[in-house]
Every structure is written in C-alpha cells, then in structure tokens.
Write a protein that binds this ligand. Structure first.
Ligand code: URP
Ligand code: ZN
Ligand code: ZN
Length: 468
C-alpha cells in the first residue's frame, strides 16, 4: 500500500522545504518534488506543514499513585496522543519491591497490548536496586528497554539512596543504558510536609510550598555529581521545573559532562498562581515538581533556546477532579483537606505539540525546526529510537503529521480526548492544529476523526541512547 503526501512543506529538526513524501508500506520511500505514484492513496498537504510525529518520552498510563490509578489507559491515552500529533510514547513500568524488572516490564506490556493506538516504548522505574536487579538491567537493555528511572523523592515509596543511585549509574554506563532522575530532595520535603500538616495547612497550594525549588536544585546538582563520580556517565533529569535546577544543568554541561534534561509544557505555561484558584481547584495542578513562580518560565525558555534543555515531554499523569467521572474512582478528592494525599500528576499528552508551536514558534521563542528538534528528533535520539522515529527521512517509519499552521483551536476538557474531566489550559486559544496523522504509513487521525484501530500500536524496542 502506497501513500503520497502532496504539496506540503516538510519540516525537520534541520530543514524546511517544499516536497512530496511517498510512503511504501510502513516506511518513507521517497521525498522530492512532484513525485508520482500510480494507485497511491493521496493526502493533500497544501499550505500545511508535514512534520515527524511527536515523540513523548514521559507518560504514565494507569500509573498507580496514592491509592488510585492515572485515569488514562493505553487506549484512551494513546488516542489523545494521536489527536495531539504524537505518534510514539515512552511510558514508565513500575517495579514493585522485590519484583524482577522483567515482571515489571511484562505487566506494562500487558496493559498496552490490545489497547495502544500509537507505538510505545517502556522505561522501568526501579525501586529496589539490588545486585540481582543490576544484572537484570542488562537483559532489559538487550530486549529494548534501555532506560531506568530513579527517584530522589517520595521516601518509603519510590526514593532510593545515593549508594543505589551511584551503583545504577555505574551499571548504566557498562550496558549502554540511560538513568532518568526525578530530582527533588525527598528527605527535606518530607520534613516540610509534616510541619505544614501539623500547622493544619491542608490546601493544595501547600503541595508547592513544601517542595521548594531549592530542593530540586540541590537534588539535581547531587545527581549530576554522582554521575560524575560514577565515571562521568550520562544522566537525564526528568520534568525539570526550576531555575535552580537549570543552573546545575548549565554548570555540568559547561564543564563538558553529559548532563541532559527535559522540561514539560506545564512549567513553561503555568505557574504557582494556579494553586491560588478558589476552593479545591488548585488540586488540578498538584504534580511533582510543582508549578513555580512565573519568573522561572523565562529561564526555562532560555534553557530550551540554548540547548541546556534538550527535550520537551509531558509527564502525562491525569487524575480526575470530580468523583466518579466516567466511572473512575475518587482521585484528586482523596486529598481534600490533606494536600499530601492528592495524587500527583496532570494531563498533557494531547496538548504538548500545539502548546510548543503556539507558545514557542508563533510567539517567536523558538524556531520551527527547534520545535521539531525538542518534541520529535532529540527525544527519539536520546531514547534510542532514531532514525526509525523522530524524523522524516527515506527508510524511517512513516510517522507523519500534516499540521495546519494557520488554524486556531481552543483547548478544553469539553473537546479533548484525554480521559480526565479538566484541562489545565481550559479556554486557552492557540494557533496550529493537527489535520492528518499517519503512524507507520497508516492514517490514524483524519480531520478530527479517529480511524486507527485500538491495539494497532506496537512495542518499540529501543537502542542505546544516541547522545551528542
Ligand atoms: O507528579 C507527577 N510528576 N506524577 C507522575 C510521577 C512522576 O514523578 O513523574
Ligand atoms: Zn518524576
Ligand atoms: Zn513522570
């Protein structure tokens, strides 16, 4: 089956040019002017951009957290991803205490199989860094799971100590894996949380007030230092939110160390002010790290422009505000009166591409090519999926989005596809819109209609990170 995308402007991380794109089966077969292909299905892209499908390397479908589960599963979450122009996600399997990494991976594969509409890879969250687990990491790498997340926060739940981090970092270098770090000082945060609760401060804003940016800055610096002591091994900080953490990234990168970091749209577009919304509404924004005072946003944009931040992912981890929404159990409500019990996370897998286009490209903060680099190409490279994913090139998977640069839309829970009853950007008007989405050559979204079948998404075996 051949498909010819005609008349569009191809945008990659490096180039912008008018060309047709010919797809043969699942792959890009040719890119050029006035291509001909008898019998090919045609996709008209005139006056549109033809971009690589987005790669979101940080999602949590059905993540168990605080007695409930993130409200999107691999079906609803990947449908939302597709509508937003994202054709691959990398989700986080969670290792239970004492569990093998294989078992954790298989549990997540079972969640995804038969449900995902776009392709997916997996990282594993490691909670228990035993000698056995350190050995298993190599097996995981050989089977396409090439990254492992560790936490410096949530004592007793996810947090591991410096010795464990050090061992995992050293091991990652031996086997060609990458450690992803949740960098917040969990010990300090725990003390602050207990103190706030003892003073009867239960409102959502106290989530942010007890997780100061310095706790993120300290942990970020410590994590990079541990990576340096482990032999100067690469380390990738996830969901970086604060100027204090970015300062550490800069420090280590300027010294030539392989320090990498991602940020997320919520830290670029939302701020601490959202926690001051009336009643319990601040719970919508309870995530970790929390939203920061507005001035941090300019620093993060500068970090993206200067490549101190290399990736924008979403940390998509939705929990509903209303009780019983679509039959889901009580979620954010679990923490009414006690902010420490509000499940951490917010939705975003559907809105990343357009927020970065509108607030980045249209607003003049980043170039069109940098948008693609941040949202598609570098995530694919760092997570070992390039050049199969993350670009438009002959031989690459035909994961392609036809993007209307002039169309406008209003973000809203009334129209989004994420299984969650609020949108953090409710009512925000943005420029840019997905028209057609192809995944491995198959049209899966066509003009606001889902045509991709449930379960068509495939597990992506990833290689070692390609770091530059
Ligand atoms: O609040 C967040 N970020 N929830 C998801 C888990 C994590 O730490 O990424
Ligand atoms: Zn995290
Ligand atoms: Zn996360």
């Amino acid at each position: 089956m051949k498909t010819l995308i005609t008349g569009g402007t191809v945008v990659t991380a490096t180039d912008t040019y008018k060309a047709d794109v010919l797809i043969d089966g699942e792959k890009v077969a040719a890119i050029g002017k006035d291509l001909r292909a008898g019998g090919a299905k045609r996709v008209d892209a005139s006056r549109k951009y033809v971009i690589p499908g987005g790669i979101d390397v940080h999602t949590h479908m059905e993540l168990p957290f605080g007695g409930t589960f993130a409200s999107d599963d691999f079906h609803t979450g990947t449908v939302a991803a597709a509508f937003g122009g994202t054709t691959s996600i990398v989700d986080f399997a969670v290792q239970d205490f004492g569990q093998s990494l294989e078992k954790a991976r298989d549990t997540w594969l079972a969640k995804a199989r038969g449900k995902a509409v776009v392709d997916y890879g997996l990282h594993v969250i490691v909670r228990d860094v035993s000698d056995k687990v350190l050995k298993e990491m190599a097996t995981m790498v050989s089977e396409g799971v090439t990254s492992f997340k560790l936490f410096m926060a949530y004592p007793g739940v996810f947090m591991v100590d410096d010795a464990a981090i050090f061992k995992a970092l050293a091991r990652s270098a031996e086997i060609g894996a990458l450690i992803l770090m949740h960098a917040e000082n969990g010990g300090v945060i725990d003390v602050l949380v207990k103190k706030a609760l003892a003073a009867k401060h239960g409102e959502p804003k106290w989530h942010a007030l007890t997780r100061p940016p310095e706790a993120e800055g300290e942990a970020t610096g410590r994590a990079y230092k541990l990576a340096e002591m482990a032999g100067g091994v690469p380390l990738y900080i996830v969901h970086l939110s604060a100027a204090q953490a970015l300062e550490q990234v800069r420090l280590f990168r300027d010294r030539g160390l392989p320090a990498y970091a991602e940020t997320c749209p919520q830290y670029l577009f939302l701020s601490y002010d959202s926690y001051e919304e009336p009643g319990f509404d601040g719970a919508k924004y309870v995530m970790s790290p929390p939203l920061r005072p507005k001035w941090h946003q300019d620093e993060l944009w500068r970090g993206l422009a200067k490549n101190d931040l290399q990736v924008v992912s979403t940390d998509h981890c939705p929990f509903c505000m209303k009780e019983g929404y679509q039959g889901l159990p009580k979620q954010k409500e679990l923490g009414r009166g006690d902010f420490s019990k509000i499940p951490n996370g917010a939705p975003g897998v559907e809105t990343r591409m357009v927020l970065l286009y509108d607030g980045g490209v249209v607003a003049g903060r980043i170039s069109l090519n940098r948008w693609i680099e941040l949202c598609c190409t570098t995530p694919a490279k760092i997570m070992g999926m390039f050049p199969k994913k993350g670009t438009i090139a002959v031989g690459s998977d035909a994961d392609i989005v036809v993007w209307d640069p002039k169309a406008t839309q209003t973000l809203s829970a009334k129209t989004h596809h994420m299984r969650v009853d609020y949108n953090p950007y409710e009512g925000k008007k943005v420029k840019g819109k997905v028209v057609t989405v192809l995944s491995r050559g198959e049209v899966i979204v066509d003009k606001d209609k889902l045509v991709g079948k449930k379960g068509r998404g495939r597990f992506v075996k990833r290689g070692s990170p390609a770091l530059s």
